[in-house]
Design a protein around this ligand. Structure first.
Ligand code: HEM
Ligand code: NAG
Ligand code: NAG
Ligand code: NAG
Length: 280
């Protein structure tokens, strides 16, 4: 009995949770969807290169709290956005702008969760990072609570960070790859409230410079520095630092995996008309 329940879960529930995402999900329902996202992101990137960092962090914070379901975008009282850990998450206005263009082209068709995923993918490529295809077909969540936000602080140990990622199905190699997102963007530290670049050499380029810097002891957050020191992760850091192709390929693969954490598909959730509000 136990075995058949487990089999049922494997055969029915897992495919429902993961199986319906596919590359080109909007090819017939909204053929220009990906082109529209790319155009709006490109326009913003031309005047603000920090948009890549904003979207990477937004995508991470969305996916790691109840899955990639755009619940981070909701404006209400005590929503995910209001939790202390989301401090300085930004780029909401860009997502709203993309959504407006998409509603004009294909009303109630493209989810906000897919917009975050596609926009992040495009911003990574614009910043010199890998170009990759992402599966789409995510639906938007119906719940957003600040009390659900259990993201980690920068002082977390490597082991605890690995456990936290493993809990979401992200294993060690991919965890170290995802931390490579700190190749762009800033931290607001007490010493420097205006912001300190996480990769001071090439702060707007998605490259493997972050790994080179942490190997030299130039990590800004303590978790960054510890990745280069811990025996659990140091050899992976070295592999990413010494080989650009290794970084590009592994970063793309890890981003694709992150984008599939606990997604809603099929008839679950909804397609929001406005990304900052549930339909009702
Ligand atoms: C153990 C895991 C992680 C911790 C503890 C962590 C922590 C932080 C902290 C404290 C900041 C600075 C926020 C500020 O002061 O404004 C930051 C920034 C950032 N994080 Fe992470 N992070 C983690 C993983 C990730 C992942 C997996 C990604 C994306 C895949 C990511 C992307 C970013 C980006 C791009 C920034 C810069 C944001 C900007 O400039 O607007 N982080 N992170
Ligand atoms: C939702 O909140 C964000 C910032 O938290 C703000 O930029 C945006 O304008 C708000 N959107 C709406 C529709 O109120
Ligand atoms: C660099 O990484 C790529 C992808 O992982 C691998 O195929 C290649 O052999 C590596 N090159 C060297 C010189 O190690
Ligand atoms: C973007 C945003 O809404 N940030 C909020 C995150 O949480 C802090 C702390 O509760 C708020 O002050 C921010 O406004």
């Amino acid at each position: 009995m136990k075995v058949s329940v487990a089999l049922l879960v494997l055969m029915v529930v897992l495919p429902m949770a993961f199986g319906q995402l596919k590359v080109g999900f909007y090819d017939s329902s909204c053929p220009n969807a990906e082109a529209i996202v790319k155009q709006v992101v490109q326009k913003r990137f031309n005047t603000d290169k920090s948009v890549t960092a904003a979207l990477l962090r937004m995508h991470f914070h969305d996916c790691f709290v109840n899955g990639c379901d755009a619940s981070l975008l909701i404006n209400s009282t005590d929503a995910e956005k209001d939790a202390g850990q989301n401090f300085s998450v930004r780029g909401f206005d860009l997502i709203d702008a993309v959504k407006e263009s998409l509603e004009d082209a294909c009303p109630s068709t493209v989810s906000c969760a897919d917009i975050i995923t596609l926009a992040t993918r495009d911003a990574v490529a614009l910043a010199g990072g890998p170009k990759y295809e992402v599966p789409t077909g995510r639906r938007d969540g119906l719940v957003s609570r600040s009390s659900d936000v259990d993201l980690l602080g920068p002082g977390i140990s490597v082991q605890n960070a690995l456990d936290f990622f493993a809990d979401k199905g992200i294993k060690r190699q991919d965890m170290v790859s995802l931390m490579g997102a700190h190749t762009v963007g800033k931290a607001h530290t007490r010493a420097k409230p205006s912001g300190q670049f996480l990769d001071a050499k090439t702060p707007f380029v998605v490259d493997n410079q972050y790994y080179k810097e942490i190997l030299r002891g130039n990590g800004v957050l303590s978790i960054d520095q510890n990745l280069a020191v811990s025996s659990l992760t140091r050899s992976i850091v070295t592999a990413r630092a010494s080989n650009t192709t290794n970084f590009q390929t592994s970063f793309a693969n890890a981003m694709i995996k992150m984008g599939q954490i606990q997604v809603l598909t099929g008839n679950a959730g909804e397609i929001r008309k406005k990304c900052s509000a549930f339909n009702n």
